[in-house]
Every structure is written in structure tokens, then in C-alpha cells.
Design a protein around this ligand. Structure first.
Ligand SMILES: [Zn+2]
Length: 170
């Protein structure tokens, strides 16, 4: 049981699924969770890999016929002798985590939802409480102390420079 969503995570995710452009402050106002907490939770959801990316959702119905927005997609649907419907379906298949599909899709976003974690060092599953290493705005998750210190040693230089850059920005 590596990482479980709690109420805060769920509220923040719901808020972002409605509109991914919201600022942390706006999410805070909407959910009643403080801005620093929203920020921290967001980073963690990114760090564990559950938020894969925040990207615009395009209304493909608005594309005029004959326009090429995504060449690789057009190639595909030409093969199937395509209309725009085919390419739209393609697009959905390719983006299974498309946020429009999440809320009413195969699973329900809820408290206690378990997110799989892989150890950043050995790549194995984190089956117990993860060992967390935080630096700058990153969090890395490990299956054991050995992996965590191995990682710290291996990437010591890189970690230091990230820390320094981060301190400069703040
Ligand atoms: Zn490990």
C-alpha cells in the first residue's frame, strides 16, 4: 500500500480535472485547502507519477476538414480512409488518461485510491511505507534505506546542483 489518495488529493484533482489552468491560489480558494498545501500535494501527485502531465484538451470537432493539426494522426486516419471521427477515436485511445475520461470513466477518483510506486533506485515495487527523499521541489520514493542512500550517492552531484539552482530561484 505505497501511496493512497486522501481527501485533499481528491479535492485538488477534481478541481484540476475541471480546469487544469487553475493557479494554486484558485484551487485553494475553491477547496478551502491552504495554498502551500495545494502546492505540496500537487508536486507529490506529479512526483509519484499520478499526474502525468497537465495538457490542453482540444475540441477536435472544431477542426475544419482538410486542416492538418497532427500529421501523424492524419496519416493514420487516411489509412482507414478516414473521417474526423476516426481520428478523434484514435486520439482518445492514445490518451487513456485524458482527463475528460477520468471522472466518469472506468474508475472513480476517491480517497484511498492506491497509486503504484516503483523504487527510484532498484525499480522494484515499493510494497511497504516508502522511504522518501525530498530535495528542491522533488520527491523520490524508495523501497528501502539502502536504495535511498544508493541513489543519494550515485546522484550526489546532480542533486547538489538542482538544490543550488532551486535556492537561487526562491
Ligand atoms: Zn529499491
Amino acid at each position: 500500500m505505497p501511496f493512497q489518495l486522501d481527501n485533499y488529493d481528491v479535492l485538488i484533482l477534481h478541481s484540476l480535472l475541471k480546469d487544469g489552468r487553475k493557479s494554486f491560489r484558485e484551487i485553494s480558494r475553491e477547496t478551502g485547502i491552504t495554498t502551500p498545501t495545494v502546492k505540496a500535494r500537487f508536486s507529490r501527485l506529479v512526483n509519484v507519477g499520478f499526474i502525468k502531465s497537465v495538457s490542453p484538451i482540444l475540441n477536435l470537432e472544431l477542426i475544419e476538414k482538410g486542416n492538418t493539426l497532427r500529421p501523424e494522426l492524419d496519416k493514420k486516419h487516411n489509412k482507414i480512409n478516414g473521417n474526423s471521427e476516426v481520428s478523434e477515436n484514435d486520439n482518445k485511445k492514445n490518451n487513456k488518461l485524458d482527463s475528460t475520461q477520468q471522472p466518469d470513466g472506468k474508475f472513480k477518483l476517491r480517497k484511498g485510491l492506491k497509486i503504484k510506486l516503483d523504487c527510484e533506485f532498484c525499480g522494484g515495487p515499493v510494497s511497504a511505507e516508502p522511504h522518501v527523499f525530498k530535495f528542491a521541489n522533488y520527491e523520490r520514493f524508495f523501497c528501502c534505506n539502502g536504495c535511498m542512500s544508493g541513489y543519494k550517492q550515485k546522484y550526489a552531484g546532480r542533486i547538489e546542483s538542482i538544490k543550488r539552482k532551486f535556492a537561487g530561484i526562491e
